[in-house]
Write a protein that binds this ligand. Structure first.
Ligand code: CA
Length: 236
């Protein structure tokens, strides 16, 4: 059975070796990089199945590496497990927002690390790249993660904005009334009214960027997501 390849990005040699030893014992193929630069070079050459990424690195730090990985189409969906030196909440939160999938704080137990690695690889196998991701006109909507990115930049959407965008983007070209949109997106504890749909749309348009006129107003009716003839778009 072909084993998955794991890129370990860690400048501390003893920790790098500890991780390599434990992964290889489980028959994973391991590539090590001692800096952010080396990590990015390695990814360009060959996309790994998973990246274990220490955040404290000389030169390009781990968070920047994570951002780069997420910005590139090739590496966007590769699972990233962050390592942090201590309970640095700010770094952990930033890393997760940048798209890291999980984190561990040092010192860590190799057995727990292996369990996390297996879980991430399983999750990836269960949801292949196309997964539940909607791509429309340069906007990528990851329904599972409730995340919207444009050119790798994660947009800071509220949950309701996300739901409105997802609802419309799944059905491009179809016009929905405000009431239909309210019906589709309202949560049990979230008072969404027809007027507030307008507010959500204004907020969404602003966050999507002025040049992305993807949500059209259909006068007297409601809104629709512009149907684009972009071959890159999918509805997987
Ligand atoms: Ca380090």
């Amino acid at each position: 059975m072909a084993q998955e390849r794991i890129l370990v990005v860690e400048d501390e040699e003893d920790i790098q070796e500890l991780i390599r030893y434990n992964l290889e014992k489980e028959s994973y193929r391991v590539t090590c990089a001692g800096s952010g630069e080396a990590a990015l070079e390695s990814v360009v050459k060959d996309i790994p199945d998973l990246v274990i990424l220490d955040l404290m690195l000389p030169g390009i730090d781990g968070l920047s590496v994570c951002r780069e990985l997420r910005a590139s189409d090739r590496s966007r969906t590769v699972p990233v497990l962050m390592l942090t030196a201590k309970d640095d909440e700010a770094d952990i939160v930033t890393g997760l927002e940048l798209g890291a999938d999980d984190y561990m704080t040092k010192p860590f137990s190799p057995r727990v690390l292996l369990a996390r690695v297996r879980a991430l690889l399983r999750r990836r196998a269960a949801s292949p790249e196309t997964g539940d991701t909607i791509r429309r006109g340069g906007i990528e909507i990851d329904a599972g993660r409730h995340r919207v990115t444009i050119a790798g930049e994660v947009l800071d959407l509220t949950l309701t904005e996300f739901r409105v965008l997802e609802f419309l983007a799944r059905r491009p070209g179809i016009v929905f009334t405000r009431y239909q949109i309210v019906d589709a997106v309202k949560g049990e504890d979230y008072p969404v009214t027809d007027r507030s749909v307008d507010v959500q749309i204004v907020g969404l348009r602003k966050k999507l960027g002025d040049d992305r006129d993807c949500i059209e107003t259909v006068r007297g009716v409601g809104y629709r997501f512009r149907a684009a003839a972009d071959p890159e778009d999918n509805h997987a």
